[in-house]
Design a protein around this ligand. Structure first.
Ligand SMILES: [Zn+2]
Length: 496
């Protein structure tokens, strides 16, 4: 596998070479200086190693920011009312997380300390798009957004008794009537009209949803040009129901309907078959299908113990036992007795299922974006909520040299922006360091950045993120979270 990766990296380098020369000249706008103070910009970030995966720029530059936008990228001195000295630090586009379940102040803070400036809940999504945005507008540290979700639409329609984001009653286990399928289509359509960024699916959590039902939801997404973000129907490789067939189902749905497809957490679905799933995605792309994927840099997942993932022979399917399950609330490993007890009450459980070599291979693959799949509730949950991005930069880039810094940044910034930008044009101004782009910037110490969160202590902040700028405002300054600011904005597909 190593050989293949090296070859991909040299292709990256070749493609980027002309862009680097094109950018040798400065980019500035014609904004005149403020004559009273001499400061031309509201904020300047000086002497940083500016890295932009789109243009290939990797050089010492000064950046001028005003009105929430990048106004200048220059080798010449710039003056601002506020100055950040970024000497010895990397200045990158702010990280964009396409898979962030935690959409609360607690989660936004942990993600900001991990370098994330935009957190989007696209896998499960919500049923009430306007309500989601209204609740957060003007109050969020980082930018936020959401998909119209098939799972919550099904839960609402079938009055599922679950109190978590995943169903445990009819929405998981009852087949929908034709009339109900029509109602779900209308619910997704309404969400897309309200500005939802995508359509979300968790098919493994709604096993009673027929192939036809899923195809019908794809048809709605296709009509609007929205991508379908999917937790596929099955895991691993054991026949007959497995991740290969589950991926075939949704690639076929994309071929039939034309809706773009994004497969979430490829490693926790494929387990040992992850390389085969990646191969299938690469092949589908070569045939012109718009299929993308993501992974998180951990060997465990997290889900609700009362969900359909644990229906039937879950041990056989995932090739694990009770000892592979860890109760998030206490950290205890489960037994047959504690599993049965918690399954009745519901709650978050960590699943230690992903072989380490599969995680390594997925992080290195040029096909994957990095996404956290994070969710913290009162400090409990999974370390990926606090550390996914710093773990890639500290462990995979610096310590194991699995991928270059620029390739890692591409997976965290440009690729997720490009995934959404055709449907959500606002994303064209994110994930890049370019004059006119949103001033979402992450300034970090590449020699020190590392995750500190563990399964026992998932709420520990990452280290090494020095400044995290959201729409021109620092939410992390000198490595410290700024609690008094809320510059995060709603990211919608349409301007409403
Ligand atoms: Zn999932």
């Amino acid at each position: 596998m190593k050989k293949i990766h090296r070859c991909y990296f040299s292709i990256f380098a070749l493609l980027l070479a002309p862009a680097v020369f094109a950018l040798a000249q400065d980019q500035t706008t014609s904004a005149g200086p403020n004559t009273r103070t001499g400061a031309q910009y509201e904020l300047v970030i000086l002497n940083g190693r500016v890295m932009d995966p789109e243009s290939g720029l990797d050089a010492t530059r000064n950046i001028g920011v005003s009105g929430g936008k990048i106004r200048a990228i220059s080798a010449k001195p710039l003056a601002g009312r506020q100055t950040i000295d970024a000497k010895g630090l990397v200045v990158a586009p702010g990280f964009i997380d396409l898979h962030a379940h935690g959409q609360t102040p607690e989660n936004y803070e942990h993600q900001a300390m991990d370098g994330v400036t935009t957190a989007l809940e696209l896998e499960i999504g919500v049923a009430d798009i306007d309500g989601f945005y209204a609740e957060r507008e003007g109050k969020a540290a980082i930018n936020f957004g959401v998909s119209a979700g098939h799972v919550p639409a099904r839960m609402r329609l079938m009055r599922d008794p679950s109190t978590s984001i995943l169903p445990r009653g009819d929405a998981a286990h009852r087949e929908a009537t034709a009339a109900e399928i029509t109602e779900m289509k209308q619910a997704l359509e309404k969400g897309l009209k309200q500005g939802a960024l995508a359509v979300g699916f968790g098919i493994q959590y709604t096993p009673a949803a027929s192939r036809w039902e899923i195809l019908e939801m794809f048809r709605v997404a296709a009509r609007y040009g929205a991508s379908c973000h999917i937790h596929i129907r099955d895991m691993a490789e054991k026949e007959p129901a497995n991740s290969i067939q589950a991926l075939e189902e949704v690639i076929a749905a994309t071929a039939i309907t034309g809706a773009p497809l994004h497969i979430v957490h490829i490693t926790s679905m494929g387990l040992r078959a992850a390389p085969k799933l990646l191969q299938m995605i690469g092949e589908a792309r070569k045939r012109g299908l718009d299929v993308t994927t993501e992974c998180y840099p951990y060997t465990a997942g997290l889900t609700d113990i009362s969900s359909a993932i644990f229906d039937g022979d879950w041990q056989g399917r995932m090739d694990i036992g009770y000892q592979n399950l860890q109760w998030a609330q206490t950290g205890e490993r489960l037994t047959a007795e504690s599993f049965a007890q918690y399954r009745k009450t519901g709650g978050m459980v960590v699943l230690h299922t992903i072989p380490e070599e599969m995680m390594n291979l997925a992080v290195a693959s040029p096909l994957t974006m990095i996404a956290s799949d994070g969710l913290l509730q009162n400090g409990k949950g999974h370390p990926r909520s606090s550390g996914a991005y710093s773990r890639v930069l500290g462990h995979y880039v610096r310590e194991t040299k699995t991928l270059s810094l620029m390739d890692a940044l591409r997976k965290m910034t440009l690729m997720p922006a490009q995934r959404l930008e055709r449907f959500a044009p606002v994303m064209k101004n994110k994930g890049r360091i370019r004059v006119g782009a949103d001033a979402d910037l992450t300034v970090f110490d590449a020699d020190r950045v590392i995750d500190r969160a563990t399964y026992a202590e998932p709420a520990k902040y990452s280290e090494g993120m020095k400044y995290v700028i959201v729409n021109g405002v620092a939410v992390v300054r000198d490595g410290q979270l700024q609690n008094s600011v809320a510059p995060g904005r709603a990211v919608r597909a349409t301007s409403k």
